[in-house]
Design a protein around this ligand. Sequence first.
Ligand SMILES: [Cu+2]
Length: 348
Amino acid sequence: MWQLTRRSWLRATGFASLAGGLVRGARLAGQGKSLAHHPPHNAHVMGTVGRTAPGGFNPSTFLRTWNFGELPPMERAKVYRETPRPDGTMLREYQIFAADREIEIAPGMFFPAWTYNGQVPGPTIRATEGDRIRITFRNLGTHPHSMHFHNWHPPAMDGALAGQEVEPGQTFIYEFDADPFGLHHYHCHTVPLKRHIHKGLYGAFIIDPRASSGSRRPADELVMVMNAFDTTFDAENEVYAVNTVANAYVHEPIRVTVGRLVRIYLVNFTEFDPINSLHLHAMFFDVYRTGTSLASSERTDTIMLCQAERAILETTFRYPGDFMFHAHQTEFAELGWVGLFRAEAPLT
Ligand SMILES: [Cu+2]
């Protein structure tokens, strides 16, 4: 069993060798293969050694995926369907299930998660303002769960009120209109809430403005959910990340193009810490808090969000090269919440 506390973890591993702690403390993914034999790459930044197993959750794919766009058409049709309606809006139908699953949060390090559709964060749901959303939610897990959306909806669809837990083996259909436009999210609202959220039951929910509300400029769009994992069950996190896997974007930098607008959908689902933040090196970005306005409220290089807060960030890379981004609670960064953008000149 995992014995390090967060503080002893920090003492044991230090700034540049988180991987040592991971290798010591974690079950190894590879059979008989020591991760410690791999030379640390990107050793100039703090990080983990090795990669998570292929075939599992891929943070790079997750970044640019919504409405199950990563799946082959036949597979996608089993979980997502869109039907045009006479008024020009869309009926969007989703199949979402809750299931217990061990997930890999750093190379060789597993966390007993509760998931939506087997992944943490859950699938990103995306609609246009005015669309109708219908979600068939099946609880295949071992505890009561629900889906609680942050948007306008009638109380019967809240997923948080007495009697709205969905028992194991049961199904509930959530149905509501996509309103208001903005960056929202969903999460389980079963008590004890902090445990149900922390175990992994949350996801991003994007509502694009309808034409009459205006539009956002075309951009390279990225979904980033800040999260963390308490691997010792002492209500303190040992591993921090954006999109679950510690240091994932150090090992596989997010490739962006110089001169092209980048839009980040940033959601904070960190449990046990009051806030989380994102700082982008050498650049500034425009902030649209909750995404409910098309006018930016702020231009900065650091944004702080409490749990369930979210913001759309827009920026354009001026220079080619690597740009670090991380939580500016530096302790979080040292425990996995750091990544890189790799900006490349556009193809001519
Ligand atoms: Cu739950």
